[in-house]
Design a protein around this ligand. Structure first.
Ligand code: ADP
Length: 757
C-alpha cells in the first residue's frame, strides 16, 4: 500500500511539474511578445524622431545657404543634432544625381566622414532609397549596409528637399547598432537578447549571444524597408531557478516521498522486529514446553496465569486453560493436612513472609492418580527488578524416590550381610587411622575403636595381604590367629582408606595342629605297622646272614680244630664272609631303624640306582612272602633324583606293597613292575604297575582320603601319607588303569632346578 502511494506521489509530482512548466512557458512567451512590441515601438519612434529632427535641419534656411556652401549655420545645426543623437554618425547633402554638396561628421567619438564634397555618392542602397523618396516625395530609408572595415551595419535616412526647381537630398547615416543600443537600454541582457535581422539574417545584436536555450519573437520595423525585423530572444529560465510554486511543490513532494520512504523503512523494520519477536516467542514457548520440569506462573495474588505443556502433562490436564485463573487451593492440591500446609506456604509467599520455597508433595492429577513431585517456587521479576509474581517449577521425583527407596533397601541388605559376616570388617583412614566403618563382628571382637584393626595390621609385619588371598597371621598381643585380607580402596569422599577383613581362625589353627600331630603319629604307626607286617619276613631275612655267619664261624672253628692252625688264607676268607654277612644284617636293621625314625625332609641329589636298591631290598621281603614277581627297569638317562631318599623310598615301598597285595589273586602269579624314566620336562617318573584287581572309578577319588581302606587289617593311611610326601616334593601321584589288568601308580618328581625356582 505504501509503495503504491509512493508511486502515485511521484506521478503526481511529475504531472504537476510538467503543468507548471507549460504554464511557465506560456507566461514567458507572453512576456517576450510584450517586450518585443515595446522595444520595436521604441525603435520606430526613435528612428522616426531622427528623421523628423534631420528634416528640420533645413527649416529656415535659404537655398543659397545650402547650395553656395554657406553652411556654417547648417554645420552648427547638424553637429548639434548629432551630438544629441549618437546613432547619427554623418549628415550629408546630395544633389539628385548623387553629387555630394557637403557633409558633416558626428562630434561623438564614433563620428566619421565617409564622403567628401564634390564626390559622387553612389551607394546602391542609398541610390535606391533616393529614387524611392523622390518618387514618393517622402522620407525613405536605405536597405541596411555595412561599410568596409566596419562590422556594424548602417542605414541611410534620405529626405528630399526642394526650393522651387532645385531639389537636394538631405541624408543621414544612422548606426543601427547605436540605435538598437539606445532603444534597448535597461533591458535585462541576462534574460533577453535583442537583434536586428535583415532578410532573416542577423545583422546586429545589442547583447552578446548565449548558448542557453531561447524562445524568440520578431516584429517588422515599419519605417525601415521591408525585411528588417527586430528580434527578441528570451533565455528560457529553468523551472528550478525561478518557480517558487515548483519549489514549494517539489519540497512538499520530496518531503512526502521521504516520509513515505521513511514509513516503508519503518514498516520493513517493524516487520523484521515482529518476525523476530514471533520467532523468539515461538522459541520461548517451545523451550518452556519442552522443559523437563513443569513451569507455572502465578501473579501477586497467587492466581495461575501461565502453565507450560509439561506442567499440564505432568498433572494430566488437557490444556493450560483448565489451570489458568485458579487461586489457592489449586485443584491439584491433595486434601487434608497437606493442603493446609501448602496453603500456609502459599500465604507466606503472597504476604511476603517467604521469598522462595521448595517443597515435596504428592499432587492429585486430573485423572485422580498421584505421583511424587518437588515444587520450587521463586519470585518472577521484570527487567527492572519489579516482582510480577512467582515462577513454580515442578519436578517428578517418583523415580528418584523409588531409586532412593531401592538404594536404602540395598544399603540395608548390604549392611545386614556385612553385619552377619563372621569376619571382623573394618575400614580406617590410611593417613589418620580413624575408624570409618566396622561391622558387629569387629565391634564385639575389638570394641568400637581402631585398636583391633591396627593390631592386626602390625602383626602382618609387611606381608602382602592385598592379593585376594587370606594371609594367616598370629597376633601375639591377643594370642589369636587370624586369616587376614587388606586392601586400599577409595572411600565415598574419594580418600584412600584401608579395608581389613579378619577371620578368627585360632580354633581352626589349633585343630590343624592337633591333626598334624595326629597325622605324624599315624605316619609313625603306619611305618611300625609296615614293619610289623614285615617282621616275619625280616626274621627270615635276618636268618640267612645269621645262618651264614653261624656257618662260617663253624667252618672257622672246624678248621681251627681239624687242622690245628688253618692257613691264613682260609681263615681270612671265612672271617671276611662272616664280616660281610654281619654287615648285611646290620644294614637291614639300620634301614628299618631309619625308616621308622621320623625326620624332617632332607632334600638332596640321590643316586636312582642306590635308591631303587634300597627299596627293593625291603620290598623283596614282601614279595617273597607273597611269592610275587618283582621287576624293575631304569632308563639309562636317569641317574639322579632330587628328593629325601627315605621319604621317597617309603612311598615306593608303600606302592609296591599295595601292588603285591592287590595282585595276590587265585590262579595267577602276582607281578609288580617298577619302571623309572624321564619325561619331556626332565621330571623323574616312577611307575609302579601291578596285575591286580584294579580300582573302581568311584574309589579312585577316595583312595587318598585318610583311613580309606578295603582291607580288613588295613589302616587306610598309606596313600594319604604318600601324597603328603609327594606334595612336599612338589611332585604328582596319579592313578591309571594298567593295559590288561591291574593298576599303575605314577609318581613324578620335578628336577632340582624346578623345585628351587
Ligand atoms: P591300606 O593299604 O592300609 O588299605 P592304603 O592307603 O595304602 O591303605 O590303601 C588304601 C586302599 O587303596 C587299599 O585298601 C586298596 O583298596 C586300595 N589300593 C591301594 N593300592 C592299590 C592297588 N595297587 N590296586 C588295587 N587297590 C589298591
Amino acid at each position: 500500500m505504501t509503495w503504491i502511494m509512493l508511486i502515485f506521489v511521484i506521478i503526481a509530482i511529475v504531472f504537476v511539474g510538467r503543468l507548471i512548466r507549460s504554464e511557465d512557458q506560456k507566461s514567458q512567451l507572453a512576456q517576450l511578445h510584450q517586450h518585443t512590441e515595446l522595444r520595436a515601438d521604441a525603435f520606430n519612434m526613435r528612428i522616426s524622431s531622427d528623421a523628423e529632427r534631420v528634416s528640420q535641419l533645413m527649416s529656415g534656411l535659404h537655398r543659397n545657404d545650402v547650395l553656395d556652401s554657406d553652411i556654417s549655420e547648417l554645420r552648427t545645426r547638424a553637429r548639434s543634432l548629432m551630438a544629441s543623437r549618437s546613432e547619427i554618425l554623418e549628415i550629408f547633402f546630395l544633389k539628385y544625381d548623387g553629387t555630394v554638396l557637403g557633409s558633416f561628421a558626428s562630434p561623438t567619438p564614433l563620428g566619421d566622414l565617409s564622403v567628401d564634397k564634390g564626390q559622387k555618392y553612389d551607394r546602391l542602397e542609398t541610390t535606391l532609397a533616393i529614387q524611392r523618396s523622390h518618387r514618393n516625395d517622402s522620407v525613405s530609408f536605405s536597405e541596411p549596409y555595412a561599410l568596409p572595415l566596419e562590422g556594424s551595419p548602417f542605414v541611410d535616412l534620405v529626405i528630399p528637399y526642394r526650393w522651387n526647381h532645385d531639389e537636394i537630398i538631405v541624408a543621414a547615416r544612422i548606426s543601427l547598432w547605436m540605435l538598437l543600443r539606445e532603444t534597448t537600454k535597461g533591458l535585462d541582457s541576462n534574460q533577453f537578447r535583442i537583434s536586428l535581422l535583415h532578410n532573416d539574417l542577423p545583422i546586429v545584436s545589442a547583447t552578446t549571444d548565449s548558448k542557453r536555450k531561447t524562445i524568440t519573437y520578431q516584429v517588422p520595423l515599419h519605417p525601415l524597408p521591408q525585411g528588417v525585423n527586430l528580434q527578441v530572444s528570451s533565455y528560457a529560465h529553468g523551472l528550478i531557478t525561478q518557480n517558487v510554486l515548483f519549489w514549494v511543490i517539489s519540497a512538499l513532494g520530496i518531503f512526502l516521498v521521504l516520509t513515505l520512504v521513511g514509513l516503508i523503512r519503518f514498516n520493513i523494520r517493524q516487520n523484521h522486529i515482529e518476525t523476530a519477536l514471533r520467532a523468539e516467542t515461538a522459541l520461548r514457548k517451545a523451550m518452556a514446553d519442552s522443559q523437563l520440569s513443569g513451569l507455572r506462573v502465578t501473579d501477586m495474588n497467587g492466581r495461575i496465569v501461565y502453565a507450560n505443556q509439561t506442567f499440564c502433562r505432568m498433572l494430566k490436564y488437557d490444556s493450560s486453560a483448565d489451570l489458568i485463573g485458579q487461586m489457592p487451593p489449586y485443584s491439584y492440591w491433595p486434601t487434608g493436612d497437606v493442603s493446609y500446609r501448602l496453603k500456609e506456604l502459599s500465604d507466606a509467599l503472597i504476604q511476603g513472609r517467604l521469598a522462595s520455597t521448595t517443597y515435596e508433595f504428592s499432587p492429585v492429577c486430573a485423572d485422580g492418580s498421584r505421583f511424587y513431585a518437588l515444587l520450587h517456587v521463586t519470585p518472577l521479576r521484570d527487567t527492572e527488578g519489579k516482582q510480577l509474581g512467582w515462577l513454580g517449577s515442578l519436578t517428578d521425583i517418583s523415580e528418584i524416590q523409588q531409586a532412593q527407596e531401592k538404594l536404602t533397601a540395598a544399603h540395608e541388605r548390604f549392611t545386614r550381610v556385612l553385619e552377619s559376616m563372621q569376619s571382623a570388617i573394618s575400614v580406617v583412614d590410611q593417613h589418620t587411622n580413624t575408624l570409618l566403618f566396622s561391622n558387629t563382628s569387629y565391634d564385639t571382637h575389638f570394641g568400637e575403636n581402631n585398636e583391633g584393626h591396627l593390631m592386626i595390621n602390625r602383626a602382618l609385619n609387611g606381608q602382602d595381604a592385598s592379593q585376594g588371598m587370606f594371609v594367616d597371621v598370629y597376633v601375639e598381643e591377643a594370642d589369636q590367629w587370624y586369616a587376614v585380607q587388606e586392601k586400599i580402596i577409595t572411600w565415598t569422599d574419594r580418600s584412600a582408606v584401608r579395608l581389613q577383613i579378619a577371620l578368627d581362625i585360632t580354633e581352626r589353627r589349633r585343630n590343624e595342629m592337633l591333626l598334624a600331630e595326629q597325622q605324624a603319629r599315624s605316619e609313625q604307626n603306619s611305618r611300625l605297622v609296615t614293619m610289623g607286617e614285615m617282621a616275619s619276613s625280616l626274621a627270615h631275612e635276618l636268618n640267612q646272614p645269621l645262618a651264614a655267619i653261624s656257618n662260617y664261624s663253624f667252618i672257622v672253628k672246624s678248621l681251627m680244630k681239624k687242622v690245628g692252625v688253618p692257613t691264613e688264607h682260609e681263615m681270612f676268607h671265612s672271617v671276611e664272609r662272616i664280616d660281610a654277612q654281619a654287615e648285611r644284617a646290620a644294614g637291614i636293621i639300620r634301614r628299618i631303624r631309619s625308616f621308622t625314625k621320623r625326620s624332617d625332609p632332607n632334600m638332596e641329589l640321590n643316586s636312582v640306582d642306590h635308591l631303587v636298591d634300597e627299596v627293593l631290598e625291603l620290598a623283596r621281603l614282601q614279595a617273597r612272602r607273597h611269592n610275587a614277581k618283582l621287576e624293575h627297569f631304569i632308563a639309562p638317562d636317569v641317574k639322579e633324583v632330587w628328593c629325601d631318599a627315605i621319604m621317597i623310598e617309603q612311598v615306593l615301598l608303600n606302592l609296591i606293597k599295595n601292588g603285591i597285595e592287590a595282585s595276590v589273586l587265585p590262579g595267577q602269579t602276582s607281578s609288580v613292575t617298577m619302571t623309572i624314566y624321564r619325561d619331556a620336562q626332565q621330571n623323574v617318573v616312577f611307575e609302579v604297575a601291578d596285575n591286580g584287581s584294579g580300582i573302581a572309578d568311584e574309589d579312585k577319588e577316595r583312595l587318598f582320603d585318610p583311613f580309606f581302606t578295603t582291607k580288613s587289617s588295613g589302616m587306610g593311611m598309606g596313600l594319604n601319607i604318600c601324597r603328603t610326601i609327594v606334595e612336599l616334593h612338589h611332585g604328582r601321584l596319579t592313578i591309571s588303569d594298567n593295559i590288561k589288568k591291574g593298576t599303575i601308580f605314577t609318581l613324578t618328581l620335578p628336577t632340582k632346578e624346578f623345585v628351587q625356582r
